[in-house]
Structure formats: C-alpha cells, structure tokens
Design a protein around this ligand. Sequence first.
Ligand code: SF4
Length: 365
Amino acid sequence: MSATFAVTFESPVTGTSQAWARVPAEPDPAERDVLMARCAELLRAHDAALVAHYYTHPDLQDLAQATGGLVADSLEMARFGARHAASTLVVAGVRFMGETAKMLSMDKRVLMPDLDANCSLDLGCPAPQFSAFCDAHPDRTVVVYANTSAAVKARADWVVTSSCALDIVAHLHARGEKILWAPDRHLGGYIQQQTGADMLLWQGSCIVHDEFKALELEMLKAEHPRAKVLVHPESPAQVVALADVVGSTSQILKAARELDAPEFIVATDTGMFHALKQQNPGKTFIPAPTAGNAATCKSCAHCPWMAMNTLAGLARVLESGHNTIELAPDLAQRARLPVARMLDFTAAQATAATRGSLVPGIGAA
Ligand code: SF4
C-alpha cells in the first residue's frame, strides 16, 4: 500500500477542507529506462496515445513526445484526444481532464494512471451546491472553468480554459450577458478586471497558484532586474499585478520563446519548467516564491495530484485495463455541449483575425 498525505484546501461550501494525495515513487535511472521502454511498447501494442499535461512528471512529458502523443494545456489536450485516431487515450493529468477526454470521445477507451488524481478547484465546487447557486441567479450565463466535474460542466452554458477564458467572457460581455463564473476566484477576478463584465464569482482556488506571494516576488524581481515575470492567472491579484505577461501554460511558453529576455521568473506549477527549459536552452527560469510568512506544505509549487501520475502507473493501467473513465451517456451529452461551444469558438477564432488574449502583444494561444 503506497503512502498518502493530507492536502488542505479552501472550499467555498465547507470552508477549510482536507483531501489526500498519494506519494509518488521516483524510479532510479535504470528503472526509469526500463519503464520508458515498457510504456512505449504498451502504448503501441494497445493502440494508445498518451496525452500529458505540462504539470506532470518530465518522464511522462518525454514519453508522450517520443511516442506521437501530446504535452499540452487542458484546451489542447481536449482537442488532441478528440481528433487522434487511437482507440485508447491515456490521460496523464487530473480527473477532470480524463472526464473531458471521455465526453469528447465516447467511442474511445480513456485510461488514467491514477483515478484519484484530483484538483482543489473541482473538489471545492460540488455539483449540488453549484447547481443551487445557478438556480438562484437564472438571469446569468453560466461559464465554468475546465477544472470542474462533468456534472458541473453539464450545468454550464460555456466551458473555458485559461487559454480562451478572457476572449469568451469578452464575447459574452459584448453581447450584454451577465456572467456567473466558477470555480477559480482569482482567474474570475482577473477576467472581470480585464473585460469589465458583470461577473458573480464562485470562491474556489487552486492550492498551487494561491500560494504565490507578492511581497517576496517584488524582492526577487529586485534581485533580477532583467527578468520578465510570467504569471498564471490562477494566482492572487497582487501577484498578477507584478507580471509582465499573464497567461495560460501554453501562453507562458509562447511568451518565454518570444520575449527578448535572458531570465524569467515564473509563477505556475514547477512541472512547467521542463518544457520551458527544453524550448529555451539559453534562457534561465526562476520559480516565483511561495514560501513567505504563511508558508505551508503546499508551498513547493507542484500540484500533489499531478504528481500522482507515474510511468509505473501508466504501465499498470495499460497492462490491466483498469482505471477507465466511465461517464453516463446522458451526463456526457449534457457536459459535452458547453465544451463543444468552447472548441467551436476557439476554432473560429483561430481562423479569424487575432483578437485580444490573456497575453498582451503575444496573441491567442
Ligand atoms: S495545479 Fe491547481 S488547478 Fe491544476 S490540477 Fe492542481 S490543484 Fe487543480
């Protein structure tokens, strides 16, 4: 039985709450090589494609790239899985990503290395309470972040990711619609401030991004005056205010490639540093500070649930066929509608002239 540890998160419904995460075992270099080869063979033998999030272990990112899979943010993960010809998708990420892949590909088998990989935003937005919140505000268009359960998505008019949230809310605001937003209060607040939209916010937060500290970031900036600051908008507003670029994971990567700076301070999960370093060999990336006066066990800036994805777990599920994502067809159909709306919007946007985005001067992801 593997070890677990408690993860404390803030829930707008239950207040300070506890969940748990499994402690991942790190293979030694020889074990790693054997596991990489075995996983590659299993993916091929099972007609499977690996779709890994940027926050997962570098081994999984390398394996996805080496086997024709994908390393991406949640928007690209959703798109890729639906388009790929493989009969099995293995989603290395957290639970809601597996569910989104499944609802877009009901004919495919969707596996996850660890079905208990969760997310504080998802945990902090239970469907019954969220549905009651929506019922209390029937005049508002319901926009939910991808980091939610299928049941919450099924209650929404639109699903968004951090890559497209600003554009979609700006579009709805231009149509005169008032927004009910869930679950991340920091991202919602940022979009509200950028668009001027009338937004009612669910008060959820990400345990990783909520930990970044503005005062310590200011001190770090002073130590690195040539560094550009890249911030994910799930971070607190005071941290976002210090950013040169605010954006999703893919937008942070784009900014790091395109901005002419030798150093970057990055406020997002440290899993991102693998792709940042791979794509920018001559540049230096410095983690934004989390360990201020209020430092906690969450202050490592790495999601404990993303860390539950391992090569060993991947091999195990491909060999056993366990850890399949199952969704009731009716629920999948209702949840798919707002996701499809997002995918249609972003596809149309990609073919149209570039509009505003989360990344000033960089363009849409
Ligand atoms: S990093 Fe935050 S938003 Fe992403 S899965 Fe972990 S808890 Fe959820």
